[in-house]
Design a protein around this ligand. Structure first.
Ligand SMILES: NC(=O)c1ccc[n+]([C@@H]2O[C@H](COP(=O)([O-])OP(=O)(O)OC[C@H]3O[C@@H](n4cnc5c(N)ncnc54)[C@H](OP(=O)(O)O)[C@@H]3O)[C@@H](O)[C@H]2O)c1
Length: 229
């Protein structure tokens, strides 16, 4: 799987496995299966409540930590300096690892200064607990505020799929060396049924999901589809 460089310490595989709502045994099985079919990039978040399931699936896989890329996200209620430090120490325990490849701010929060949150994340990077820093659900004006802090933000994870193509935000990210990750890349399964894809699957002899994911990768973005099966 091709990767995109985030910084000197981290490259993100362009296809990752989304894990929203994958909890309990279902979560362990789904992540173990994803690792079994070749995924090496797992996307999670504090809010998904499945760090432990992911850790168990990784243990079952016998894969080496250095062969995996784990993204997790801090909720927008835990963005003070102290909360960021406490949260990440907890994530490391739950995920049974000593570093997170990519740590994201899940959603912006205008009541907590972005410089405080990103400053704490930069400290974690200097300590080796985090390899790369990013954000999620940031619009252009949020990204400009983040840029003004001087902390290197390498990734913006945003909703992106054929019926929501985010052209302007993608262009801003490209011009500012921010890798875009497309969440809900299949439009939560809805875009798969569009008539256009029923046509394209005949032309390319593949499935609608494959056509959509290939389109996202060709835009130069990372995609993190989810499947329970
Ligand atoms: N940063 C954020 O705020 C944020 C927000 C939303 C999501 N995310 C991340 O993005 C990930 C993916 O987004 P998502 O879960 O919203 O939606 P998605 O990946 O766009 O769509 C998931 C749906 O598509 C179906 N599906 C998957 N592969 C398929 C295939 N090959 N053929 C037909 N149907 C298929 C799945 O059904 P089956 O399970 O039956 O296969 C599921 O119902 C999340 O899990 C999460 O990690 C991040």
């Amino acid at each position: 799987m091709k990767s995109l460089v985030l910084n000197s310490q981290a490259s993100i595989p362009m296809l990752g496995f989304g894990t929203w709502q994958l909890v309990g045994d279902t979560g362990i099985k789904a992540v173990a299966k994803a690792l079994g079919v070749g995924y090496r990039h797992i996307d999670t978040a504090d809010r998904y409540g499945n760090h432990k399931e992911i850790s168990q699936a990784i243990e079952l896989s016998s894969l080496k930590r250095e062969d995996l890329f784990i993204t997790t996200k801090i909720p927008n209620t835990l963005l003070s300096r102290e909360d960021v430090f406490l949260s990440v120490d907890r994530y490391l325990q739950e995920l049974n690892t000593n570093y997170i490849d990519l740590l994201l701010i899940h959603w912006p929060n205008k009541n907590i200064p972005i410089a405080e949150t990103l400053g704490a994340m930069r400290t974690l990077k200097e300590q080796g607990k985090v390899k790369a820093i990013g954000v999620s659900n940031f619009t252009i004006h949020h990204l400009k505020d983040a840029k003004a802090t001087g902390v290197e933000v390498t990734n913006n994870q945003i909703e992106l799929h054929p019926t929501f193509n985010q052209k302007e935000l993608r262009e801003y990210c490209a011009a500012n060396n921010i890798v875009v990750t497309a969440y809900s890349p299949l439009g939560r399964g809805q875009d798969i049924g569009l008539p256009l894809f029923q046509e394209l699957v005949k032309k390319y002899n593949s499935s609608p999901a494959q056509v959509i994911l290939n389109w996202i990768l060709q835009l130069g973005c990372v995609a993190i589809p989810k499947s329970e099966y």
